[in-house]
Design a protein around this ligand. Structure first.
Ligand SMILES: [Zn+2]
Ligand SMILES: [Zn+2]
Length: 334
C-alpha cells in the first residue's frame, strides 16, 4: 500500500481513539516528511531512517507499506478501533459546525481539517477556534481572529465551503468573549461555557440566558459541560433551569448542540428529550480537534436518532444557503 496513505490512516485512527495527540501528530509529520523527500532517499532505507521526522515506528510502517504489506501497526489499529455505527440520520447531514485547528488547541492547520471534511463528503465545515479568555487553549485575540477569517474562507474548494466561525466563551456574567462587530462578520458562532461550571443553578441559568439572547449566537455548545469518560477524567453536568434555557433557545432560533465527542455525550439524554419537547433546533457537531475526529458525527447521529430528533430540526441537515439564511438571521440587509 502507499506509505503516505498508511501513515495518514494511522494518524486518523489514533485521533479517533483519542490516544496521545503527540503520537497521532508524529504520524502526520512523517507523512508530510515522506511526501517532500526525493524518491532516491525514500528508496534508500539508511538515508530514510536518518531523515528528520522519521522515527522507529514510522520507519517500520513505511518499509512494510513499500514491501506491499499492510503495516502491522495499521492492521492492529484497524482491529482495535471500532468502526463507527452509521445511522440513517448520518446520511442527511451536510456538514459540521464545530471544529478546531492549530490556531487554538487543535492539532492541524485549517487546510488539513478541510481536506478531511471533503473526504467525508461534507458540503460545509465551520472552523470555530476558541476565544481569548480560554488561555489554556490558546484562544484567539481579536487580531488573530481577524487574520484567520480570510484564510478559513480561502480553504473552500471542490464542493466544500469552509465557514468562518468561533467557539466563544460565555463569561461569568453571560457576556461573550469577543467583540460584537467581529462576531457579526462570522458565519457561525458557537457559544459555550468553559469556566466556573459549578456555579449555582440560578446564576448559571442567568448566565446562559444572557448569552442565548445575544443576536450573534447560533449554537449553544455542549450545554452541561459534563465529561463521562476519558483522559481528562469525569466531570458532573452543570446545573441550570433547563426549561428556561431551552425555551430561550427555541425563541431565539439558537440550536442546541448535540456534541458527538465520546467523552462528552452532551446534552445527556433526558435534557436532549426536554429540548426536543420545547421545540428547539439542534446542531449535531463533532467538536473535532484533529482530522480523524470529524468522524465522531456518527456518535451524535445515533443519539439524535434514539431520541427521535426529526431531520427538520437539525440545522446542519440543511443545504448551505438555508443554513446561512438561518445563521446570519440577525444581520442587517446587505
Ligand atoms: Zn468547548
Ligand atoms: Zn470546541
Amino acid at each position: 500500500m502507499d506509505p503516505v496513505d498508511a501513515l495518514l490512516e494511522i494518524a486518523s485512527l489514533l485521533e479517533r481513539e483519542r490516544a496521545s495527540r503527540y503520537r497521532a501528530k508524529a504520524f502526520r509529520q512523517a507523512a508530510a516528511t515522506l511526501t517532500a523527500l526525493p524518491p532516491e532517499v525514500v528508496g534508500d532505507p539508511t538515508r530514510l531512517r536518518s531523515a528528520k521526522g522519521i522515527g522507529e515506528s514510522t520507519f517500520a510502517v513505511i518499509q512494510q507499506a513499500l514491501a506491499g504489506e499492510i503495516p502491522a501497526y495499521l492492521a492492529d489499529l484497524r482491529g482495535d478501533v471500532e468502526p463507527e455505527r452509521t445511522s440513517a440520520l448520518r446520511a442527511t447531514l451536510r456538514g459540521d459546525l464545530h471544529a478546531h485547528t492549530e490556531w487554538s488547541d487543535g492539532t492541524t492547520p485549517i487546510e488539513v481539517m478541510a481536506d478531511a471534511a471533503r473526504a467525508l463528503g461534507h458540503e460545509y465545515l465551520a472552523i470555530t477556534d476558541h476565544s481569548p479568555r480560554l488561555r489554556v487553549a490558546r484562544g484567539l485575540s481579536s487580531e488573530r481572529l481577524r487574520e484567520q477569517i480570510p484564510l478559513v474562507r480561502a480553504a473552500s474548494a471542490d464542493g466544500l465551503t469552509v465557514l468562518a466561525g468561533i467557539e466563544v466563551d460565555i463569561l461569568e456574567d453571560g457576556a461573550l468573549d469577543q467583540e460584537a462587530d467581529l462576531l457579526s462578520e462570522l458565519d457561525i458562532v458557537v457559544a459555550s461555557v468553559h469556566s466556573k461550571l459549578r456555579m449555582d443553578s440560578r446564576d448559571m441559568t442567568r448566565r446562559m440566558l444572557a448569552a442565548i439572547s445575544q443576536p450573534h449566537v447560533n449554537v449553544l455548545g455542549h450545554c452541561t459541560g459534563r465529561l463521562v469518560q476519558g483522559e481528562r477524567g469525569t466531570r458532573p453536568q452543570s446545573q441550570f433551569d433547563a426549561r428556561a434555557v431551552f425555551d430561550a433557545c427555541a425563541e431565539n432560533g439558537v440550536a442546541v448542540e448535540i456534541n458527538s465527542r465520546p467523552e462528552r455525550r452532551d446534552p445527556p439524554t433526558r435534557l436532549l428529550e426536554h429540548a426536543l419537547e420545547l421545540g428547539c433546533l439542534f446542531s449535531i457537531d463533532t467538536d473535532a480537534h484533529a482530522p480523524g475526529q470529524l468522524e465522531f458525527l456518527d456518535h451524535g447521529c445515533a443519539r439524535a436518532q434514539e431520541a427521535g430528533v426529526p431531520r427538520e430540526r437539525i440545522v446542519n441537515a440543511r443545504p448551505l444557503d438555508e443554513l446561512l439564511a438561518w445563521s446570519r438571521r440577525s444581520q442587517p440587509e446587505a
